[in-house]
Design a protein around this ligand. Structure first.
Ligand code: GLY
Length: 315
């Protein structure tokens, strides 16, 4: 029997102890994953997740999140949600209390309100400053009437800067998403993802994080996989489900992650991709198309997170 454990991306390092404690006390993988991600969402210094997440083109933080139960394959996800600190918990409620899998935008917010979540301000001084700097740097003729002339500026921006080209530049610069996944004492697996998505994204843009199979997937019979990076690429390749599928068909978790990153390279697109995964035996791995890959691990006997090296899969 595999000792209960939890793993996460670098930005979850400090918070993994929360999940490990839950597992140590006999809690479920889902409780451990949710609590760990909630702590990341509350960290104002993390500019890619929750509070302090860099806003969209309109200056509004819009969040995506998903959570999956590997025993039942039930999932809950929310996309383009504004004004709630814990999209991961709303996603869990979608899984547990709705007949749906994915709720978006105003509908997801209505659901959150109906089940009792409090609204909250997600902009911080730091993310406001980043937004202002972005706008000042990219929109010509910006003046002190910025607020009243926003629409005019955006129209200019989209027309002149060409959204696709702008997006290509951004996709290399900003990606911050948290992946956390755990296996509990009953052998149940859970995987969760939360993000504010690409910095200054077009309003309504949804990345891979809430798309089950793209940015998140788990199955008790196989393992768990999730992604960070340029979500559009993981959506096109169903990367998380593909890693699970590679393992199902006999690859090791290491080879499955490497092959998934090779698949990303084969798209010949800009923007990097990273994955995090484990198999049901407790072997963990991460891989990246653009940097040294590391992830963090804790089991119920760990005193602190252990740094584990993954693979940099070069083009
Ligand atoms: N991988 C996160 C996103 O693209 O939004």
């Amino acid at each position: 029997m595999v000792k209960p454990f939890i793993i996460g991306t670098r930005n979850a390092r400090e918070m993994l102890a929360i999940g490990a404690k839950i597992l140590r006390e006999g809690g479920s993988a889902m409780d451990a994953v949710e609590a760990t991600i909630r702590a990341v969402e509350e960290n104002p210094m993390d500019t890619g997740v929750g509070l302090g997440g860099i806003p969209n083109l309109l200056g509004v933080p819009q969040m995506d999140a998903s959570i999956m139960d590997g025993r039942t394959l039930r999932t809950g996800a929310v996309a383009a949600v504004e004004g709630y600190l814990h999209p991961i918990s709303i996603a869990r409620k979608v899984l547990e209390e709705s007949p749906h899998v994915l709720l978006v935008g105003p509908g997801a917010e209505l659901f959150a309100e109906a089940i009792g979540f409090e609204r909250s301000e997600l902009l911080t001084d730091m993310s406001r400053t980043a937004y202002r700097a972005f706008v000042e740097d990219t929109i010509e003729g910006l003046d002190e009437r910025f607020d009243e002339r926003r629409k005019e500026y955006y129209a200019w921006y989209i027309e002149n800067y060409r959204l696709r080209e702008w997006y290509r530049k951004l996709s290399d610069a900003q990606q911050g998403t948290v992946n956390v996944m755990a296996l509990d004492g009953d052998g149940d697996i859970c995987s969760g993802v939360s993000t504010s998505g690409t910095a200054f994204k077009f309003p309504g843009r949804v990345g891979d994080s809430p798309i089950i199979g793209a940015g998140n997937y788990c199955d008790n019979r196989v393992g768990a996989a999730a992604c960070t990076g340029r979500g559009e690429l993981a959506i096109r390749l169903s990367t998380a489900r593909t890693i699970i599928s590679y393992m199902e068909h006999g690859m090791t978790v290491r080879d499955a992650c490497i092959q998934a990153m090779r698949d990303i390279h084969a798209l010949k697109e800009t923007g990097g991709m990273n994955c995090l995964a484990f198999d049901r035996h407790g072997n963990t791995m991460s891989a990246s198309t653009r940097r040294e890959s590391i992830h963090y691990y804790m089991d119920i006997d760990s005193e602190e997170p252990e740094e584990r090296r993954g693979v940099w899969v070069k083009a």
